[in-house]
Each structure stands twice: as structure tokens, then as C-alpha cells.
Design a protein around this ligand. Structure first.
Ligand code: NAD
Length: 352
């Protein structure tokens, strides 16, 4: 008999093309008048655009957001926030920029408006991952959840195809693991399956025509749904492996998710055949793990950890780190099982 407890996260979400123009009205809605705009160095032009849109409501900008939210970068941004007397943060960018926004919010209590430009989904989760002295830790709190999310499809039109593919599969990973989470519920299941269907159909169309607005809208909507799943239920072996590979071996986030996902799915398949059948159904394939691998290969995405720069001699250490911790996963996590999974992922073998 099914049994579940469903708790949703509060969210205000604006979705459309050109919605960045509504930034000022969203700031006023939060009764804010001194925003600090956050971006990476590579997206500094967006910080300038946002400041222009906000006019006198922009107090300044910090354009140094970095991957895995290093605390040293957060301290620099925090000093600027205090110096400017900011009363909110506006983050425009991928999961790294959202991470900085969350790190500032949790330290200051300031409200956040997040404008995502990748498919990472962090904007709708109460989770913050931070790196200090090379060690990545995560924490979760309602105070971390952004107040407002502005999805502007126009801002994703220029997301390069390789990053669109890996970021899209990163979103699919949230949806896949939500389907076999111990807290799984029917609402989250529906969001997850819809997300996988939208994303898997959108990515090949994006690869063909990166500026197609409808395909980009499908992918961004799928990212929102997947992020919502991630924010509602706990994740399993796949996320733990990617966290370890990113935090301890410096592998890039979305690319690592892309390589590991088919193998984590294959590992868990025998424990959750019904989940895999439902995923295969929305992918229009016979076997879900192989279908995800084939999708990535067809889009020229990364398929091997070796190709991402993980050294063969690091496989045992990675297996030990990821296999050692206890966390919920549908199939028992054993040292041998994880070692075999990582070996397959390192070689880039197609799941049988
Ligand atoms: P990212 O934010 O690091 O972005 C990658 C690069 O792409 C950056 O240089 C960025 O400036 C650039 N970029 C972003 N959008 C672009 C666009 N539209 N056009 C051109 N360039 C663009 O990568 P990511 O994969 O979005 O995020 C990864 C980070 O997010 C990791 O630190 C990960 O741990 C975190 N994350 C956290 C959660 C959570 O719930 N806490 C969820 C997912 C990811």
C-alpha cells in the first residue's frame, strides 16, 4: 500500500522570454531598494544589464562567483554586501552563482532573486554546497531557499550546446533519483517524469538549433521541475558519487553527472524495476540506463570519467569515499559494487 508525506517548498516563479525586464518590479515587491547583483566573471555583461534595468535600486555588483562556492569568494562578496548596505541579492547565472547567493543569504538573512541561466535547478532547493580548504559540505535550511526565481528563456539561448547537454542531464539526474527516493510521493513522481520527457526531447532539438525558443523553453521548464524534485526529496548513490568526484577530485559538476548517471541507473535498476520501466517509457526506449547513455553519445556529450581527467589510480580512492558513507539508496551500496560502477564509468562502457 502506498504511503507518503508531502511537503512542498514555498516558491514564487516567473517564467517567460524577456522576463529579466521584470526584475525591478520583483525587487519592489520584496520592498528592497539596494540590490547587489551577482554573476561569474564570464557573465559580467549580465550584471551590467541588470544594474541598468534596476537603476537606482542597484547598489553594486560582484562578478566573481566560482564553481563549488569557495568560502573565500563568499567572504569577499560578503564584505561588499556590508560595505554597500545591500538589502537583497540578485543572482544571474548557473548553479555556481546561485550557490554564492545562497551562501550570502544564509549569512545575512537577505532575500534573494535568482535568474538561472543553466539547467542546474539549485534556485528551487533549500540546499547549499560550499567548499572550504578543498572539502565540500552541504547544508539544508528554509533560509537558503530563494524568495523569487525569474526564468528568462532568452538568457539560455546562448548557453553553448556542450554545456546545455551536460546541464540538461544534470537536471535529469535530479528527476531520476527523485523517483526512487525513500520520501517519493505522487506529485514529485509526476514532476520527475514530465521533466525527463521534456528534457530528453528538447536536448536533441537544441543541439540542432541552439536558438530555438520553444526547445529552450522546454529545457528550462524541465530544469525547474527537476530542481523542484531535488528540493522536495532526498537523493541517492548517483548524487553522492558526483559530489565525491567533484569535491575530492575536482571533476566538473555537470559533466560528471552526465557520465555517471547511466551507470548509477544501471546499478539501481534491479532494485527498482518499476521506476526504470516508467523512465524507459517516457524515453521511448526498452532500457532506461542504456537510453540515457545513447542520448548523451548521440549529442557528443562526455561518456567516460577518464575523459574528464580522473586518473585510473584514483578509482579505488573514489570508490572508498563514496562507498563508505551511509545514505538512502534503493540497492545496497557495497564497496565492490561501487568499484565496478566507477570502473564502467571510467572506461565509458555502455550499460548492458
Ligand atoms: P556554473 O554555474 O558553474 O556555470 C558553468 C559556466 O557556464 C560558468 O562559467 C558560467 O558563467 C557559464 N554560463 C552559465 N550560464 C550561461 C549561459 N546561459 N551562456 C553562457 N555561459 C553560461 O555551472 P552549473 O552546472 O550551472 O552549476 C554547478 C554548481 O551548482 C556546482 O557547484 C553544484 O554543486 C551547484 N548545484 C547546486 C545545487 C543545489 O541544489 N544546491 C543543484 C545543482 C547544482
Amino acid at each position: 500500500m502506498r504511503e507518503f508525506t508531502y511537503v512542498s517548498q514555498a516558491a514564487r516563479v516567473l517564467f517567460g522570454a524577456g522576463t529579466l525586464a521584470r526584475l525591478r518590479e520583483e525587487l519592489e515587491r520584496l520592498s528592497c531598494s539596494r540590490a547587489v547583483v551577482l554573476t561569474t566573471a564570464g557573465q559580467a555583461d549580465l550584471a551590467a544589464r541588470a544594474r541598468e534595468l534596476l537603476g537606482p535600486l542597484a547598489a553594486g555588483a560582484f562578478t566573481g562567483a566560482a564553481m563549488h562556492t569557495p568560502t573565500a569568494v563568499t567572504e569577499q562578496a560578503l564584505a561588499l554586501v556590508r560595505e554597500l548596505g545591500a538589502d537583497c541579492v540578485v543572482a544571474i547565472g548557473g548553479g555556481s552563482t546561485t550557490g554564492l547567493s545562497k551562501a550570502l543569504a544564509v549569512r545575512t538573512g537577505l532575500p534573494q532573486i535568482v535568474v538561472p541561466t543553466t539547467y542546474a535547478g539549485s534556485e528551487v532547493t533549500p540546499v547549499l554546497g560550499e567548499t572550504d580548504n578543498g572539502v565540500k559540505t552541504t547544508r539544508s535550511s528554509p533560509a537558503i531557499l530563494p524568495e523569487t526565481v525569474v526564468y528568462d528563456v532568452d538568457l539560455t539561448l546562448g548557453l553553448p550546446v556542450p554545456l546545455s547537454v551536460t546541464s540538461g542531464v544534470n537536471a535529469m539526474a535530479h528527476a531520476v533519483e527523485a523517483l526512487y527516493a525513500p520520501q517519493a510521493d505522487p506529485v514529485t513522481d509526476e514532476l520527475a517524469l514530465r521533466s525527463i520527457a521534456l528534457m530528453s526531447a528538447a536536448l536533441p532539438r537544441i543541439a540542432e538549433d541552439p536558438a530555438d525558443l520553444e526547445s529552450r523553453a522546454d529545457a528550462l521548464q524541465a530544469a525547474w521541475l527537476a530542481g523542484t524534485c531535488l528540493g522536495t526529496v532526498g537523493m541517492g548513490l548517483h548524487h553522492k558519487l558526483c559530489h565525491t568526484l567533484g569535491g575530492s577530485f575536482g571533476l566538473p559538476h555537470a559533466e560528471t553527472h552526465t557520465v555517471v548517471l547511466p551507470h548509477a541507473m544501471a546499478y539501481n535498476a534491479r532494485a527498482v524495476p518499476d521506476v526504470m520501466r516508467r523512465i524507459a517509457e517516457v524515453l521511448g526506449a526498452a532500457d532506461a540506463p542504456a537510453a540515457v547513455y545513447d542520448l548523451v553519445s548521440a549529442l557528443h556529450g562526455p561518456v567516460s570519467l577518464g575523459g574528464l581527467g580522473l586518473r585510473e589510480e584514483d578509482l579505488a580512492k573514489a570508490a572508498e569515499l563514496a562507498g563508505g558513507a551511509s545514505y538512502p539508496n534503493p540497492r545496497e551500496v557495497t564497496a565492490d559494487g561501487v568499484a565496478a560502477l566507477l570502473r564502467d564509468a571510467w572506461e565509458g562502457r555502455r550499460p548492458a
